[in-house]
Design a protein around this ligand. Structure first.
Ligand SMILES: [Zn+2]
Length: 109
């Protein structure tokens, strides 16, 4: 069984000490069975953290693959969902349907 890297410093020299895992580099100890679900984080253009259900607006025009027109700056996007990945916002936009956006191109209202 391979041990996970240290969640604090990403060291690969983690070892087991009883029920805990210990990082020899930053001395962090944790219980692997109690790993916090940190979830995915999306930060908007102003550095604000976005959450599921937030409403955002686009800060620039965005080209949409397969769509006949661009998404315009200022377009309001309601009820976003934060997901993992490069495009970390899952949403539906009127006239465009379901799509994914990058959080750096939106700002929270
Ligand atoms: Zn560490």
């Amino acid at each position: 069984m391979s041990l996970p890297n240290c969640p604090k410093c990403n060291s690969e020299y983690v070892y087991e000490d009883g029920v805990l895992l210990v990082c020899p580099e930053c001395a962090y100890e944790w219980d692997p069975n109690e790993v916090e679900e940190e979830g995915v984080v999306a930060i908007d253009a102003n550095g604000n953290k976005l959450a599921d259900g937030d409403t955002v607006t686009l800060i620039k025009d965005l080209k949409v693959k397969g769509a006949p027109k661009d998404l315009k700056q200022g377009t309001r996007v309601k009820n976003i969902r934060i997901v993992e990945g490069d495009h970390n916002i899952d949403c539906k936009i009127d006239g465009f349907g379901a799509m994914k956006l990058k959080s750096e191109f939106v700002k929270k209202i």
